[in-house]
Design a protein around this ligand. Structure first.
Ligand code: MGD
Ligand code: MGD
Ligand code: SF4
Ligand code: MO
Length: 762
């Protein structure tokens, strides 16, 4: 942390030390929780080097004191003895403690050897979910991945929201232009495949979803939850629709059909803001509720009523998440969600689905540019790229399959694909066969145990926090910056990524990362100068850089973005505007107000209209038709999240794993009875990918024929350093999911609606 004088939290902690270095009084630091997308404000109470307590910050402008059990465990995460403080380097076959200098030297040696032998085409990277919560990654991952000079780039996006990026790119021109439900003002929310009472919401940043959903009901609003399970979110709903797993696309497309057929579309909106409506109408004509009803397991009457209610509501938003994305029709479902928002006139209006405007985003209208997918294909499976990435589900086959371009060296950054990607067993074996692997991670876990070098970044309390990704997805326009609570013991994650970039660029392990920091700041300053809409208007590059010269690394980049953004202070030209200094003086955040209409500026399509029926969608629609006549498997496996989980990586904290066993196979009692299973019995679940044996939990909330197992478990593999997690191992549900891209448009994995077999273990 080099930004001398600019770390009030840390300085406050230091000033609490008396002359002897002993603690004199506890200090409270306010910061944003980095764990999930809700961005809650936390009050972190420290006493010297110890975190004494973490609670919700009542004064946070967005979360108003809301906090979940994970947020309160940030201190435990920081103090977890298993969290890596120093790098591990493989020597004589075993991972051993090393200094950062030794570790970077080992990276350079291994990297050079691999590239010399096989070329850069043998390199790959997989980057995981926590990167989205870390501004160091926002800024430095791009340069790092580019420096590798390979197309073998994989991320958790293809295990998650890639369908939304693709549908947004096709409809709005930019994959990051994602409308979010205007949760606090809508009168009607149709929510599919999401369980925000457990997950705290995703692609719609809002602390305290449960409270906001209750308030929606209290103001007379309607909440419809579409989920094969009666979740805790469904318990808050006006109506719960038990859709068959994997069937949302039929349901949604059929609703579009009804709206056109019954003349319920908003013609004025269609004419002003959209194109392709006529072709769309024709293409969906065959998907009548009567035809899709049995495939969805939702009655035709109900599908019609949902469409009519959506059109009639004073304001309405359709919102789909993991359950709709992680299936074979992820992009079609994702597209249909926003078609429904648009044709009912609810896109871009208060109470509908709206586009956030983040403080750090570039000011001015989006530049029109073509959005393409499938520009190149993966070597083995022939999967098309999306956003420059190949499907994470294809990582194992790309490592296993010999030939030109075979992956032999892998970098992982904040990812645990052995547990989170489909076909976990196969990937685990594949990683063991790599010639060289480097992981940037805070734990030695199921994935990183395969690495030759593990580089641990500082703990989440030792870094700055600014949720760049999530302020672009937030249901209010918010910005909040938190300085580190503690001084980091090693290099920051930005420095680690910068040094890896420099190694990959052939500049050597000893090059000062400042080279990259300065380069990035300089390039950004040029972009700001060239943006005629920036409030920095007229300033030259030198003046822009001079204005932020007190800062370094990530903070300098963030300050540049904030000050030139839509609310920015223009480097002093608009003194009331946003700057990092202003955010430092606002530890509870700055509320920039409710979302406001942004059409057409937000559109990057050539026509500056919403493309309702892009060609790529048109070409994929027949697949939906063909699948209508496919037989339904006996059992369909879906996943679930629990409030105390965070994918695979918070299981090493006792308070989050103690108590009732959570990694159970939930089954409807009658389904269980039919195969001779009772509560607590062991069931063997098999799929073409593998099998697991898990204890049965009877649960009447499930649709018949649906079984449910959470992901992120299976901590019983040897060689990890996860003392607590391995004592609460559970099983890896991704041994059952298929290592192939299920959704051809996005390359997304199918993690829900998996055909499995279930038998009792004698
Ligand atoms: N069956 C099934 N599988 C799923 C899902 C599902 O619903 N069902 N969900 C999918 C989804 S939505 C996602 S996003 C993926 C997640 O997939 P991944 O991102 O691959 O997995 P995580 O479990 O989030 O692992 C995060 C890793 O980051 C490390 N880490 C934590 N904080 C930091 C940090 O600050 N810096 C660094 N460098 N490392 C850090 C952790 O130790 C851990 O190794 O899983 C997917 N897998
Ligand atoms: N506590 C906790 N919070 C988290 C995470 C976590 O692991 N734990 N992970 C974070 C991450 S990375 C993400 S991406 C978000 C995800 O946030 P959400 O999208 O809210 O994810 P889930 O809670 O898994 O809810 C998905 C729901 O989809 C249902 N479902 C499954 N298949 C189908 C289907 O075919 N159709 C429909 N309509 N529903 C289906 C499941 O029953 C489940 O209730 O959560 C984030 N927050
Ligand atoms: S809801 Fe998410 S952001 Fe809020 S405290 Fe829990 S983990 Fe942190
Ligand atoms: Mo995710």
């Amino acid at each position: 942390m080099e930004a001398g004088g600019l770390v009030p939290g840390y300085l406050a902690a230091r000033s609490a030390l008396d002359g002897s270095g002993r603690v004199s009084e506890p200090v409270t630091h306010y910061r944003t929780c980095p764990l999930c997308e809700a961005t809650c404000g936390l009050a972190v109470e420290t006493d010297g080097e110890r975190v004494v307590r973490v609670r919700g910050d009542e004064e946070d402008v967005f979360s108003r004191g809301y906090v979940c059990p994970k947020g309160t465990q940030l201190g435990a995460l920081h103090h977890d003895p298993d969290r890596l403080r120093s790098p591990l380097v493989r020597r004589d076959g075993a991972l051993q403690e090393a200094t950062f200098e030794e570790a970077f030297a080992a990276v350079e040696a291994g990297f050079d050897r691999l590239v010399e032998r096989h070329g850069r085409g043998a390199l790959a990277a997989y980057v995981g979910n926590p990167n989205a919560h870390n501004i160091a990654s926002t800024v430095y991952l791009g340069p790092f991945l580019r420096s590798l000079g390979t197309r073998n780039l994989f991320s958790a996006s293809t295990l998650d929201q890639m369908p939304k990026h693709v549908s947004s790119g096709l409809m709005f021109g930019h994959p990051g232009t994602i409308p979010v439900p205007d949760l606090d003002r809508t009168e009607y929310l149709l929510l599919l495949g999401a369980n925000p009472v457990e997950s705290n919401g995703s692609l719609a940043t809002a602390p305290d979803w449960p409270g906001r959903l209750r308030r929606l009901r209290d103001r007379g609003g309607h909440l419809v939850v579409v989920d094969p399970r009666a979740t805790r979110t469904a318990a808050l709903a006006s109506e719960h629709v038990r859709v068959r797993p994997g069937a949302d696309a039929w349901l949604l497309v059929s609703m579009i059909q009804v709206l056109f057929e019954e003349g319920l579309v908003d013609d004025a909106f269609l004419t002003q803001w959209t194109e392709g409506g006529a072709a769309l109408r024709e293409a969906v004509a065959a998907f009548t509720p009567e035809r899709v009803s049995s495939a969805c397991e939702v009655s035709a009457g109900l599908i019609r009523r949902l469409a009519r209610e959506l059109a009639a509501a004073p304001s309405a938003a359709v919102y789909g998440r993991i359950g709709t994305h992680t299936t074979g029709f992820g992009t079609l479902a994702s597209w249909a969600v926003d078609v429904l928002n648009a044709i009912t006139g609810n896109l871009d209006r208060a109470g509908g689905a709206m586009f956030p405007s983040a403080a750090h985003a570039a000011a001015g209208p989006a530049e029109p540019r073509p959005f393409l997918v499938g520009r190149w294909k993966s070597r083995v499976g022939g999967y098309g790229e999306a956003l420059g990435e190949l499907p994470a589900a294809a990582l194992a086959e790309e490592i296993e399959t010999p030939g030109e371009g075979q992956i032999r060296g892998l970098f992982t950054v904040a990812g645990n694909p052995v547990l989170s990607a489909p076909g976990g067993d196969r990937l685990d074996a594949a990683l063991a066969g790599l010639e060289f692997m480097v992981s940037v991670d805070i734990y030695c876990n199921e994935t990183t145990r395969h690495a030759d070098v593990i580089l641990p970044p500082p703990s989440p309390l030792e870094r700055v926090q600014y949720d760049a990704s999530f302020y672009q997805l937030s249901i209010r326009n918010i910005c909040n910056y938190s300085p580190p609570v503690f001084e980091p013991v090693g290099p920051t994650e930005a420095d680690i990524l910068a040094r890896l970039s420099l190694i990959a660029a052939g500049q050597g392990a000893d090059t000062d990362p400042a080279v990259l920091h300065d380069g990035l700041a300089g390039r950004l300053a040029k972009r700001i100068r060239d943006n005629e809409h920036s409030p920095a208007g007229g300033l030259g590059v030198d003046a822009i850089l001079e204005a932020v010269s007190e800062r370094n690394g990530v903070e300098r980049i963030l300050d540049l973005m904030l000050r030139s953004g839509p609310y920015g202070d223009g480097f002093g030209q608009r003194p009331e505007g946003i700057s990092l200094t202003r955010l430092e003086a606002s530890p509870h955040g700055v509320d920039l107000g409710p979302l406001t209409p942004r059409l057409p500026d937000v559109l990057a399509t050539e026509s500056r209209k919403v493309a309702l029926f892009p060609d790529v969608i048109r070409d994929d629609l027949p697949r939906l038709e063909v699948a209508l006549s496919k037989e339904r498997p006996r059992w369909l496996l879906v996943g679930r999240r629990h409030l105390r989980s965070n994918n695979s990586w918070m299981h090493n904290l006792e308070p989050l794993v103690s108590g009732k066993l959570r990694c159970t196979l939930q089954m409807h009692p009658e389904d269980a009875g039919a195969v001779g299973l009772e509560s607590g019995h062991m069931a063997r679940v098999t799929s073409p990918a593998g099998e697991v044996v898990a204890p049965v939990e009877l649960d009447t909330s499930l649709a018949r024929g649906v079984v449910c197992l959470p992901h992120g478990w299976g901590h019983d593999l040897p060689g990890t350093r996860l003392g607590v997690a391995s004592a609460h191992a559970g099983v890896n549900s991704n041994r059952l999911t298929l290592p192939e891209a299920a959704d051809p448009l996005s390359g997304n994995a199918g993690l829900n609606a998996i055909a499995v077999d279930v038998v009792a273990v004698p």
